[in-house]
Design a protein. Structure first.
Lengths: 297, 399
């Protein structure tokens, strides 16, 4: 949008000096050490071993995969489950899709959080810190994928979402879901390398895959990326999210804050001086007192 | 005259004076009391349940709709309606337009109370309010968060508004030297308050910038912050007219006769200001609509709903304000102010709740408990307002 660009450049120019320290790093260069997961939906058989592993790893609901009939409906993640697998009936047969936090490269939830309870770690996972969280749920509003969930039935509620098994990563292990996958649907590794592998698979099998990697550009790029044989809108993905990283939307506004905070008071003081009648304010004790009956002495 | 002549002597008697002032005055069984007391009590009970069993026990909030009436009305709408304080203090103290002096105190009081009660309503809407001090202390500053900005601005603005109002309190307590000192702080507080208001009124619009895929495109815009700021100006003016009309009747004994003359002039001036701001706002809305090529969105239910808001509750009251100003018709202005206020409520609720996830088949609507708690907030604010104006020199400098 041209006007937005204009506004942006004006604001950035006018506040560059003040907001310089706040400016974010280059968005295009993803650091090598950032990790993510490549999900190749053409390989998934819907066994839901990942769901079970996730529940066990994180002390959450462990689904009874054989008997619960959960694939009959399209489920969302919840305050009981970090991730779910859904079945989509497409013209190329049933496709199973794992759904969890995408761990955006520039996370809207983390930018929204007033206390940095939601935090994008340098290795890639977006994690939540209960000691900082005030429970405002602004992360839920700002997440383009509607991932953070809230415990509405608790007196001391938590924000619940996938951590990319941050603790396991620290210990040098893979996320539990990746380790449990029997079909190599899930591939854990460097975001940059995962993208290369995904591109390679499309080039090698141009008829098998749609020529799009979901998550390469969506919402500015995500650590979870997906390959598919059918267009992504048939698999419950939102394809209207745009390529802009979500923190960009408020960054322009926040850039303007220091400019307003310093220029407006100066302007108002000047205005006040100009409209004065030459006397200093203290002289007349400018009290806007309307009664004519004087002071009670 | 005041009943507390004994106080003038010194601060030693201030405590007794305060005790005296805390006692209720006037008849108890008024219609307002009969309605508001049970609602306030019911609201308190609901809040107890909410803090034991969680937000889900009394609200319809869900994973799909994390924000409901408490945030959309109490905070987002309530703060817009409190915009009158920064507009009027700007006009009176910065531009020195003496005509509006008589309404400065009551408007600042209204603004201060609105922030205290509506901002305070955030505390039971937060999931973990015992951490509410976190944005202010420790090393957990979310500099990239609009909410962080708003938290700070609410706090500082409340201090600024309190400083603006404090000479009235000193006058009530007959602390003459303190009053003079506090008075000297007013201009600084006003300038700080106006600046902060510009930022957090627009900040409430910036709240929803990251919800781009979730708010209906007729309501979402890159310019939400500017739209929220401009509309807060006329929201504040309309609120002063509406609230002034009521207190003029209810508290007419407290208002000196000289104020009755200026009252009409003030109302006409406010109406003119509101009309101009509303036309500007309307043109801005129309430009965004045309520039965004949104004609395709207008021919369904949401489109008609949008037209109702923008024409029925912005353009129509704008014309009514202009007409009322030209013809010196206070009744037209009063009706216009009601329509304008409804338009603000509609707009804020549309952005924050009503069109939020318009594509979902099951939509959020508030429970009766959420409505009762909202009414509790409004009624307790009115109670506090009434307590202040019947004791402190707010509507009249001396009574």
């Amino acid at each position: 949008m041209d006007r937005r660009g204009f506004l942006k450049s004006t604001l950035i120019a006018s506040t560059a000096a003040l907001a310089g320290s706040e400016a974010q790093a280059d968005e295009t260069q993803i650091p090598e050490e950032m990790v993510g997961v490549l999900v190749d939906t053409t390989r998934c058989i819907g066994c839901r071993a990942c769901e079970v592993a996730c529940g066990e790893q994180n002390g959450l609901l462990v689904p009874d995969v054989l008997n619960d009939g959960a694939l009959e409906s399209h489920r969302d993640t919840s305050d009981k489950q970090f991730m779910v697998v859904n079945k989509y009936e497409t013209d190329k047969g049933n496709v199973f899709v794992k759904k969890q936090c995408m761990h955006c490269y520039q996370a809207g939830c983390a930018a929204a959080c007033p206390t940095e309870a939601m935090h994008k770690n340098s290795q890639g996972p977006v994690t939540w810190d209960g000691d900082k969280c005030i429970g405002c749920r602004y992360c839920m509003i700002s997440c383009p994928f509607d991932i953070p969930k809230f415990e509405y039935g608790e007196w001391n509620p938590k924000i619940v979402k996938c951590t990319l098994c941050f603790d396991r990563l620290e210990a040098g292990k893979k996320p539990a879901c990746v380790e449990a996958c029997p079909t190599d649907t899930l591939m854990f590794g460097s975001m940059v390398k995962n993208l290369e592998v995904a591109r390679h698979r499309i080039y090698s099998h141009p008829d098998k895959y749609v020529h799009q990697i979901y998550g390469e550009h969506e919402a500015g790029g995500t650590a979870y990326i997906y390959l598919s044989a059918v267009p992504f809108d048939q698999l419950g993905f939102r394809t209207d999210l745009g390529r802009t990283p979500y923190p960009e939307y408020t960054r322009e506004f926040l850039y303007a804050v220091p400019a307003v905070l310093f220029s407006v008071p100066a302007f108002l003081l000047g205005l006040n001086a100009l409209t004065g009648n030459g006397k200093s304010d203290n002289e007349g004790d400018r009290d806007f007192d309307y009664s004519d009956d004087g002071e009670e002495q | 005259m005041n009943s507390n002549t004994a106080v003038a002597g010194g601060s030693g008697n201030t405590f007794q004076f305060l005790l005296q002032e805390l006692k209720p005055r006037g008849p108890w069984l008024t219609p307002f009391n009969v309605i508001s007391i049970p609602i306030i009590l019911a609201g308190l009970v609901i809040l107890v349940i909410r803090f034991i069993y969680g937000l889900g026990s009394v609200t319809n909030l869900s994973q799909e709709f994390p924000w409901g009436l408490w945030l959309g009305f109490d905070v987002v709408t309530g703060v817009a309606l409190a915009g009158g304080a920064y507009v009027i203090t700007f006009v009176v103290y910065v531009l020195r337009v003496e005509k509006y002096y008589p309404i400065v105190r009551v408007t600042v009081l209204n603004g201060l109370l609105a922030y205290m009660f509506y901002g305070g309503a955030l505390l039971f809407e937060l999931g973990r309010p015992w951490h509410a001090a976190n944005p202010f202390i420790g090393n957990s500053f979310g500099f990239s968060s609009v909410l962080f900005l708003i938290c700070w601005h609410f706090m500082i603005y409340m201090v600024a508004a309190f400083v603006e109002f404090s000479p009235v309190i000193a006058e009530w307590l007959h602390w003459e030297k303190t009053r003079k000192f506090l008075k000297s702080l007013t201009l600084g507080a006003v300038i700080l308050g106006v600046t902060l208001s510009m930022l957090h009124q627009s900040g409430l619009g910036a709240f929803f910038l990251m919800a781009k895929p979730k708010v209906h495109p007729l309501w979402w815009s890159d310019f939400l912050p500017i739209l929220f700021f401009v509309s807060s100006i006329y929201a504040g003016l309309a609120m002063i007219i509406f609230e002034g009309t009521i207190s003029h009747r209810v508290f007419k004994d407290l208002i000196g006769p000289e104020h009755h003359h200026s009252f009409e002039d003030i109302m006409l001036g406010l109406a003119k200001g509101a009309a101009i701001t509303m036309f500007v706002y309307y043109v801005f809305k129309a430009l965004l609509f045309i520039h965004g090529k949104q004609w395709s969105l207008i021919n369904d239910g949401w489109g008609y709903w949008y037209l109702l808001e923008v024409i029925g509750f912005v353009l129509v009251p704008a014309f009514m304000f202009a007409f009322g100003f030209r013809n010196r018709s206070l009744n037209t202005i009063r009706i216009a102010s009601v329509l304008a206020l409804l338009g603000i409520i509609l707009n804020r609720l549309n952005v924050s709740i009503i069109t939020f996830k318009w594509y979902e088949t099951v939509h959020y609507y508030p429970t009766w408990q959420e409505i009762v708690v909202t009414l509790m907030v409004i009624f307790s604010e009115i109670w506090f307002f009434r307590w202040v104006v019947t004791r402190m020199p707010v509507l009249n400098a001396r009574h």
